[in-house]
Design a binder for this molecule. Structure first.
Ligand SMILES: Cc1cc2nc3c(=O)[nH]c(=O)nc-3n(C[C@H](O)[C@H](O)[C@H](O)COP(=O)(O)OP(=O)(O)OC[C@H]3O[C@@H](n4cnc5c(N)ncnc54)[C@H](O)[C@@H]3O)c2cc1C
Length: 331
């Protein structure tokens, strides 16, 4: 199917994009086009005008200042995946970027388009909420920072106004006491998260002193798992304590767990989400590691069990729902 007729406009600066949004009500911004174009072709979006922001250089790039990582909205997943600065300051983002889609999606898709589209199966909303990131949004009246926890407001919905543009994302760099991981059950075709869990834990004196646990994929918008966080704080992060804490996720889930798809029922997702949270925590604290055959343990950096070609969720060796201790091995 073809999209309905639309006017193509091109902005060369943020100021011009904001001006064009003001004079073209219902126009849509075009970044990588990986979500907008399919929606237009399916006629789920009928935009009278499309404003191409792809050539605005000021929206690109990664910089770090005073402990804050700034990522321009147009920065692609691939640029994040390959950034040495990101690898050093927030390695979880390196891994997440590398787990998205396929090479074409990673080369074209942008982090800004990803978060504004707010697909519950996307990885960045979950991970950025766990990292306490802020979205930098600009409109005619100036710029404002919106915490990720307030940015995502519902299924495919955010708090950004139709006259505003996301210019970037600010992420606090991880400090030395913080461990962060993301684990997802990836859809085998698209690698979108059927269920995903992101964790950031602070460990001081052998105990967890702060925890940020967020799940996504199975609910309309990122969900903070407060019961899991509470169960972790004050504890030593042992296998037993993590397992007990991860089980608390059932308290945090409401009645809005997705279940109407052919590949995952609500019951299945409810079961798997605790496993993903546990999996992420095990990896974060080093209770699981990877041996990818190159002779060294690459836990926490270049490992590859979060959505590339791994498949420990659907084959014969059921890695979910059982505590048989094979997390992180042989997949
Ligand atoms: C086959 C396939 C597999 C995928 N797999 C994954 C996956 O595993 N994990 C995952 O997280 N994602 C996945 N994605 C999503 C992909 O990573 C893109 O991030 C996503 O499609 C949107 O980014 P985009 O740059 O293409 O945005 P676009 O499609 O251009 O825009 C999306 C929406 O955001 C708006 N928008 C874009 N930029 C801005 C801005 N700066 N300010 C305000 N509004 C803006 C647009 O108007 C539009 O409404 C997949 C996509 C495809 C097609």
């Amino acid at each position: 199917m073809f999209a309905t007729d639309f006017e193509y406009l091109k902005a060369t600066s943020v100021a011009q994009a904001i001006q064009l949004l003001g004079t073209n009500p219902e126009a849509r911004l075009l970044a990588g086009g990986h979500s907008l174009i399919p929606l237009m072709k399916l006629r789920q979006v009928r935009a009278p005008a499309v404003i191409d922001i792809g050539g605005i250089d000021e929206l690109r790039g990664i910089s770090i200042n005073n402990g804050t990582i700034h990522i321009g909205a147009l920065t692609t997943h691939r640029e994040i995946e390959t950034s040495p600065e990101i690898a050093q300051a927030c390695h979880i983002m390196t891994e997440v970027a590398g787990s998205i889609g396929d090479p074409q999606v990673r080369n074209r898709g942008t982090i800004g388009g990803n978060v504004v589209h707010a697909d519950p199966a996307s990885d960045w909303p979950t991970v950025l909420t766990a990292l306490r990131a802020e979205m930098v949004v600009q409109g005619r009246r100036g710029a404002r920072n919106v915490p990720a926890a307030e940015f995502f407001t519902g299924l495919l919905e955010t708090s950004i106004a139709s006259t505003e543009i996301l210019t970037g994302i600010e992420v606090p760099r991880l400090n030395q006491n913080q461990l962060a991981e993301y684990a997802k059950m990836a859809h085998p075709a698209t690698h979108f998260a059927v269920v995903g869990g992101a964790v950031v834990v602070t460990v001081e004196g052998g105990r967890c002193t702060a925890a940020s646990v967020v799940v996504g994929g199975l609910v309309p918008m990122p969900l903070r798992a407060r019961s899991v966080e509470t169960a972790l704080v004050g504890q030593e992060l042992t296998m037993e304590n993590i397992t007990a804490a991860a089980e608390k996720i059932s308290i945090d889930l409401g009645s809005n767990v997705f279940g109407d798809s052919v590949f995952a029922s609500a019951d299945f997702r409810r079961m798997v989400v605790g496993v993903e949270v546990k999996h992420a925590l095990f990896h974060a604290v080093g209770l699981a590691h990877h041996d990818d055959g190159d002779g060294h343990d690459d836990h926490g950096h270049d490992h590859d069990d979060h959505g590339h070609d791994h498949d420990d969720h659907g084959h014969d060796h059921d890695d979910h729902g059982h505590d048989h201790g094979d997390h992180g091995h042989n997949h």
